[in-house]
Unconditional design. Structure first.
Length: 86
C-alpha cells in the first residue's frame, strides 16, 4: 500500500501534466474542423452581406425612379417631340 501511495505522491505532478496535455489534445482534435472552416465561413458571410447591400441599393434606386412618375426614356422622347413641333 505504501508503495502505491509513494508512487502517486512522487509522480503526481507528471500525471497532472499528462492529463492536461491529453485534454488539450482532445479538444484540439475534435475542434480542428471548425477551426479550419472558419475562413470559409467569413468569406460566405462577407459575400452574403455584400449581396444584401447591393439588393438594398438596387431597391432604393428603383423606388426613387418610381416616385418620379416618368422614366428617363420618356423624358427624352417628350423633349425631342417638343423640339420638332417648334
Amino acid at each position: 500500500m505504501n508503495r502505491i501511495k509513494d508512487f502517486f505522491y512522487n509522480k503526481n505532478d507528471l500525471i497532472i501534466v499528462l492529463l492536461i496535455l491529453l485534454l488539450a489534445a482532445a479538444i484540439i482534435y475534435f475542434k480542428i474542423g471548425d477551426i479550419m472552416s472558419y475562413p470559409d465561413t467569413l468569406k460566405e458571410s462577407a459575400a452574403q452581406t455584400t449581396t444584401e447591400q447591393t439588393t438594398e441599393v438596387t431597391e432604393a434606386t428603383e423606388a426613387t425612379d418610381d416616385t418620379d412618375g416618368t422614366s428617363s426614356d420618356e423624358d427624352s422622347s417628350e423633349s425631342s417631340s417638343e423640339d420638332s413641333e417648334q
